[in-house]
Design a protein. Structure first.
Length: 51
């Protein structure tokens, strides 16, 4: 999932679409998992999020 975020320049919706297309899973599940990943990385100060 991290590579999907990088491949889409940090655009989570584009990353969601890519992951859904590749793995055939529900978009809501992917979105939740990506948001959780980014939140965890942000809390660990490994990434910064910008509005």
């Amino acid at each position: 999932m991290w590579s999907a975020i990088l491949d889409h320049d940090g655009d989570l919706e584009s990353a969601v679409t890519a992951v859904v297309g590749f793995y055939g899973v529900e978009p809501a599940r992917v979105r939740t998992d990506l948001e959780h990943l980014v939140t965890s990385l942000n809390q660990a100060r490994l990434v910064r999020t910008e509005p």
